[in-house]
Design a protein around this ligand. Structure first.
Ligand code: ATP
Ligand code: MG
Ligand code: MG
Ligand code: MG
Length: 572
């Protein structure tokens, strides 16, 4: 590739709405272009990275025996009604009507459609197991789209769905996907961790998330450095609450049993003082998200003299269905949903008072509306007007690991993949059966497996950057090597050598770009350092006269002279 025939558009400054490094750098490197909230055009430089991510995903999915298909983005409501998710998905699912007034969903995920494919196509146990996957556009009307591709509304996901005849088979398919994911994230060249995820009300089911480790991650991961225990914070907390805890924590847990949910009472028992006008209620909302029960933890600050136990929460359909029995006015609501802090939507008119009174409530402990799910020891310190998600902890660094093999450490991660054993949750509702060896119909055992293809770009950058820009791992870099000629137009010698290297590297299968734009060296280097190409070869007359080229890795402090004749071997 020649830079003059590619499209390169870099910026000195990131737009002001870009909050985190990856978003800023992707905007500055001209990888994405914002069209609307959470909606981006993948520019040529960004698309090159996406295609490399997709290629690795496809190779490993195929290697694991999964079969690619592609399901429609616009899906008839009837299918979603069969599983009840048309109502349960809530506002995150985008809906449209056609000219006849019929309802459609824009796929946030595709369990219904794939189950429909399978129930009509699969007849016999002989066709099992089968695993279908797609790499497709998804749309989720996220409550708070942000961080560029990290939490977009339109994004690309690889979603796979396995079907087996029995639980044992499903577990095998799951293990095979788990291994494929491990290979995929290893090949990306990223530091990652697979963690057990809370399965909530689905009970016997089983789930893991794959996280790219990064300071800016929205999720907290709990792990034991001296064993292989690893879980996301929710799962770690659920486990902690159900098992033996140190004496102090147990006392707090007891204090927050359901019949003492009133914060006042909890506070009294613990000898803490609450502000008189503002009370709070911590609660856990269970809702279904993409076929999984998920729990969101919320802290509501309520103004007024109402009794807190009058507050009734309609648990099933999610946040939009909060109903308050009395005239509670929500002063503010803080969700311990990773990364989200801000007002929630309720069907009641909600007045959000700007002047927060959180400071009056320093050091209070909150209760919950449900046995077994509550946070204890939440400390909304005086100096913390915006309570941090990290404060809502029941598991802290240094706690004993549940496997007894050491103490726990906590780090932050970005969820880039999620694997799940679904069992018959969908097949039962949609009557997806196969005929077993005896010719009797039996429900299919299902698993589902997602990878956030476009989110990987953001996650990779959060893990690999410096003050000059992005540092792509080789496997997903937009170009592996940039050839930077000093005076391409001026010097015959430089031009000839640059052209030779371009041709030979291409022939050797290296994804290389020759910067023939005629920029001054400083501007040229700055562009490629910002874009994050991992290897740079400078071709200059002075070096060439001694038979040398200059090589510099993106992380290297200085360039190394490499004989021109050896450069291809050096890079390969
Ligand atoms: P999150 O917790 O970040 O909202 P999720 O648990 O809702 O993600 P899944 O339903 O598990 O997401 O979807 C599979 C994968 O799709 C996720 O692991 C993530 O990598 C990716 N993904 C989900 N939502 C988005 C989004 N809004 N933008 C980009 N990628 C996303
Ligand atoms: Mg989500
Ligand atoms: Mg999640
Ligand atoms: Mg998930």
């Amino acid at each position: 590739m020649r830079a003059s025939r590619f499209f390169i558009s870099t910026l000195k400054e990131a737009p002001s709405d870009a909050e985190i490094v990856s978003h800023k750098l992707m905007m500055r490197a001209g990888m994405i272009k914002r069209l609307g909230s959470g909606i981006y055009t993948y520019m040529p430089m960004g698309l090159k990275v996406i295609r490399k991510v997709e290629a690795i995903v496809r190779e490993e999915m195929n290697r694991a025996g999964a079969i690619e298909l592609s399901m429609p983005i616009v899906q008839p409501a009837e299918l979603w009604q069969e599983t009840g998710r048309w109502d349960k998905m809530g506002p995150e699912m985008m809906r449209v009507k056609d000219r006849h007034g019929r309802d459609y969903a824009i796929q946030p995920t595709s369990e219904e459609v794939v189950t429909d494919v399978v129930r009509s196509e699969l007849k016999s146990y002989r066709q099992l197991p089968v695993n279908f996957y797609q790499v497709q556009t998804k749309f989720r009307d996220e409550r708070r789209p942000r961080f560029g591709l990290m939490r977009g509304r339109e994004f690309v996901m690889k979603d796979a769905y396995s079907f087996d005849k029995d639980v044992e088979g499903m577990q095998k398919s799951y293990a095979s996907m788990f291994d494929a994911y491990t290979r995929i994230f290893t090949r990306f060249g990223l530091k990652f961790r697979a963690v057990a995820a809370d399965t909530g009300a689905i009970g016997g089911n089983y789930s893991h998330e794959f996280h790219v480790i990064a300071q800016t991650g929205e999720d907290a991961l709990v792990y034991c450095p001296s064993s292989d225990y690893a879980a996301n914070m929710e799962a770690a907390e659920a486990l902690a609450l159900s098992s033996e805890r140190p004496a102090a924590s147990q006392q707090l847990v007891k204090a927050a049993t359901p019949d003492t949910t009133k914060c006042e009472q909890v506070a009294q028992m613990l000898g803490l003082q609450l502000s008189q006008t503002v009370k709070s209620l911590a609660l856990t909302v269970e809702k279904e998200e993409n076929g999984r029960q998920v729990k969101e933890n919320w802290l509501l600050l309520l103004r007024g003299d109402h009794e807190l136990n009058e507050v009734k929460v309609n648990k099933v359909p999610g946040l939009s269905a909060f109903r308050f029995a009395s005239e509670a006015e929500i002063v503010d609501a803080y969700g311990a949903v990773p990364g989200y802090l801000g007002p929630i939507n309720t069907r009641q008119p909600v007045k959000v008072v700007a002047d927060r009174t959180v400071a009056n409530m320093a050091d209070f402990v909150c209760g919950a509306n449900e046995a077994g799910y509550h946070f204890t020891g939440a400390n909304w310190g005086r100096d913390c007007p915006e309570p941090m998600v990290a404060d809502l902890r029941n598991v802290v660094e240094g706690d004993a690991s549940p496997d007894g093999k050491g103490v726990l450490a906590i780090e932050r991660g970005i969820e880039v993949g999620h694997v799940f054993q679904l069992g018959t949750a969908y097949s039962a509702k949609m009557e997806a059966v196969y005929l077993d060896e005896a010719g009797k119909p039996a429900p299919l055992q299902m698993g589902c497996y997602g990878i956030g293809v476009t989110r990987i770009l953001g996650a990779a950058i959060e893990q690999n950057y410096d003050d000059k820009g992005i540092i792509w791992p080789d496997a997903i870099a937009p170009f592996e090597v940039v050839l930077a000629p000093m005076g391409y137009e001026r010097s015959e010698m430089v031009k000839a050598e640059a052209d030779r290297l371009l041709a030979e590297l291409l022939a050797a299968g290296v994804d290389v770009i020759l910067d023939d734009r005629g920029l001054r060296p400083g501007a040229m280097f700055a562009d490629w350092e910002l874009i994050g190409v991992p290897h740079r070869v400078v071709i200059g007359e002075r070096g060439l006269k001694e038979g040398n080229l200059e090589y510099q890795g993106r992380r290297d402090e200085a360039a190394t002279a490499v004989p021109a004749a050896e450069m291809i071997g050096f890079i390969k």
